[in-house]
Design a protein around this ligand. Structure first.
Ligand code: 4AD
Ligand code: MG
Length: 429
């Protein structure tokens, strides 16, 4: 008898098969057990007839708990009343584990479901999201690999911050102070001098004190870095990457997207080019829309929403004020108050999904900027070295995968885009 996945099984009409899964629903009606069984690919109904089994085996299934693991063998039969139009007449079954009643019952608070995340992760909705997440990782890598990028593996433990350094998690490294990385960019930069086009796909850590719907303390960060790239090429690569992910989902994952109530037609429109607004233009637009924002301010949730509420695709806001951006971004020669960078904002207020820029590639300029920003150059010796031996202009960006998933699937909260979310008040399970 052939072992088969439920997705393949429900396409057939007859034959004998064996499946392995978990009990999703169980109803006992008139000497028959109607067992909905799920595996990673779908759900099917299996019918166990009391007549066919000794009393002790019947009572084991009669008393089985939801979520019990089960193997069944039986023959497939077309039945219009069954959920997928077919069901299995069970010839043999094996209840693998059914020790206690499942901890999650029908109505539970979101907080409790987060406490029970290790169990709730099996819900249909989270299963669907985790499949999409796995595919988003795959498509992103596919896109970059096909363009000749090398994937690199940066260290997670570091001694310097890559961004503001204000939100670093500190740890005791054999008596020395070290930190969980907030970005792998600086290491990606080190590797372009041999590999030219690289990306790292790794967790970044931010000890953000804010409790918001889009901040995680641990998130997965895709960070490409490319030799001889400028801000323009950087934006082009980003819009192609994001569009590739969206179009691959549309092409391969439509069924799951629909189950998750995603606006697939909307996703189809995510194609280059994306709108580009300079920071100056964005400020004018925001003020026209009634925001009290002034030139030099960073955007808050409200500004991000005002700018993107009517958009169907992400937009870029480029060349931000020097004072609110990281130390490594070069001055814009056309307006020295600003730097050569761009953020990509997702539509409908989902917020910033990518931050990218050119990098200062000249030694003196970098040293001067670090001093201006109050950073101690001694701690950045190795990073400064990169500007001494064959430095070249370069650029790169960082994309927060959970932010992207939150936008693509229109999730209410970023925590559902990652299996075990780490936020300010939660580090378990
Ligand atoms: O804008 P950020 O801070 O930029 C960097 O870290 C650069 N070093 C990246 C680079 O150029 N290589 O972060 C980049 C992206 C943001 O646009 C956002 O999508 C995501 O990382 N991100 C977060 N995602 C979830 N939770 C958080 N707390 C995040 N902080 C940033
Ligand atoms: Mg940013």
């Amino acid at each position: 008898m052939r072992e088969i996945k439920i997705r393949d099984l429900i396409k057939r009409k007859s034959g004998s098969y064996s499946i392995r899964g978990w009990i999703y629903r169980l109803r006992i009606v008139g000497g028959k057990a109607f067992v909905l069984i799920r595996d990673s690919t779908g759900v099917i109904q299996a019918v166990i007839d009391k007549q066919k089994f000794p009393d002790d085996r019947w009572s084991s299934i009669e008393n089985a708990y939801i979520e019990a693991s089960i193997m069944v063998k039986g023959s497939l039969r077309v039945d219009e009343r069954a959920p997928n139009g077919v069901e299995i007449d069970v010839e043999d079954f094996n209840l693998v584990n059914s020790l206690e009643q499942f901890k999650i019952t029908e109505y539970q608070s979101p907080e409790l479901l987060l406490d029970l995340r290790h169990l709730w992760i099996r819900s249909r909705r989270l299963t669907d999201i985790m499949i999409i997440r796995s595919h988003v990782f795959r498509y992103a890598r596919e896109f970059l690999d096909r363009r000749g990028f090398y994937e690199i593996t940066p260290p997670i433990i570091t001694t310097i911050g890559g961004e503001t350094g204000a939100n670093l998690f500190e740890l005791d490294y054999f008596g020395r102070k070290a930190y969980l990385t907030e970005s792998s960019q600086l290491y990606a930069e080190a590797m372009i001098f041999s590999l030219e086009k690289v990306y790292s796909f790794a967790p970044s850590f931010r000890a953000e004190k804010s409790r918001t719907i889009k901040h995680l303390a641990e998130f997965w960060h895709l960070e490409p870095e490319i030799a001889y790239y400028d801000n323009n090429k950087n934006m082009k690569l980003q819009e192609r990457l994001v569009s590739y992910i969206a179009q691959s989902l549309v092409k391969n994952d439509e069924e799951i997207l629909k189950e998750l109530n995603v606006d697939v037609e909307g996703l189809k429109k995510v194609k280059p080019p994306f709108k580009r607004l300079s920071y100056d233009e964005a400020i004018i637009k925001l003020q026209e829309k009634g925001s009290p924002i002034r030139w030099g301010d960073d955007f808050g949730v409200n500004e991000e929403r005002l700018l993107t509420e009517d958009e169907e695709k992400p937009i870029f806001v480029y060349n931000w004020p020097e004072s609110i951006k990281a130390f490594y971004m070069p001055i814009n020669p056309k307006d020295p108050r600003t730097v050569l960078c761009a953020d990509m904002l997702a539509p409908k207020g989902h917020g910033e999904i990518i931050g990218g820029s050119e990098r200062i590639w000249r030694y003196d300029e970098l040293l001067e900027r670090m001093r201006k920003k109050g950073l101690d150059p001694n701690r950045y010796q190795w990073y400064l070295d990169l500007r001494k031996y064959g430095s070249v202009p370069h650029a790169g960006f960082g994309m927060g995968i959970e932010r992207v998933i939150k936008w693509l699937l229109n999730l209410d909260h970023i925590r559902d885009a990652i299996p075990f979310p780490r936020v300010i008040n939660r580090v378990e399970p």
